[in-house]
Ligand binder design. Structure first.
Ligand code: PCA
Length: 218
């Protein structure tokens, strides 16, 4: 069983992105029999969904967790819902700044995460990691990827969703000003392993249900 973890390239003039730093630390690790594979996504509206689809095609994962940097958030934000809107506050890495555009024309207004978000948040908190369910992934490239991911996989048994992570200490230091919460890439990776553990257990119990003809997805 493979789990695909995606992270983003740096954007907005930064030189690192915590989502990719953490993803790289997870590459090749095993979690209760599941292998973690990773892919980096461009922070470019016109390219991110093609890169995501190519990684899914290549790895054929049983679940996908897309990660992104969330400036100013102090906890793991396990996103509940992706909306069909791109409304960019800043230009992407190729200068595009869509305003009030759909991610997928004619797509539904929103998709929910199909990850066990409450179980993941509870387990993270139980292990001492700050975590919360977030009700918005914004309207920039992260939300676009989250929406595109759910759209691509909505009629498949592959579970998927999005988690925003806090900044790295170096990013906070470079900003100066009042201290923002930050987490090292090692802490991020450790916490993500806890969340993935819960996901794998969830998938395994799902598979037992399917085998016994119960077929429940949640
Ligand atoms: N964060 C941005 C896009 C890439 C990233 O890491 C966002 O929250 O939309």
């Amino acid at each position: 069983m493979k789990i695909l973890i995606t992270g983003f390239e740096p954007f907005g003039g930064e030189t690192v992105n915590p989502s990719w730093e953490a993803a790289q630390l997870l590459a090749g690790q095993q979690v209760q029999g599941a292998s973690l594979v990773v892919a980096q996504l461009p922070c470019v509206f016109a390219k991110s969904l093609d890169a995501l689809a190519a990684a899914i095609q290549l790895h054929q994962p049983r679940a996908v967790i897309a990660l992104g940097q969330a400036d100013g958030r102090s906890d793991f934000s396990i996103e509940r819902v992706a909306i069909n809107v791109c409304d960019a506050r800043i230009p992407d890495n190729e200068g595009a700044q869509p305003i009030d555009e759909p991610v997928i024309a004619q797509g539904p207004a929103a998709y929910f995460s199909s990850l066990p978000i409450k179980k993941m948040a509870m387990h993270l908190k139980a292990k001492g990691h700050p975590a919360a369910i977030s009700q918005t992934a914004g309207t920039f490239v992260c939300n676009q990827v989250f929406y595109g991911l759910q759209h691509l996989l909505c009629n498949t048994p592959v579970l998927s969703g999005f988690v925003h992570v806090p900044l790295l200490p170096s990013q906070v230091a470079a900003r100066g000003g009042p201290s923002l919460a930050s987490m090292s890439s090692e802490t991020l990776a450790q916490a993500l392993l806890c969340a993935i553990e819960v996901l794998v257990q969830h998938l395994q119990s799902d598979e037992r249900d399917i085998k016994w003809g119960m077929g429940a997805n949640h």
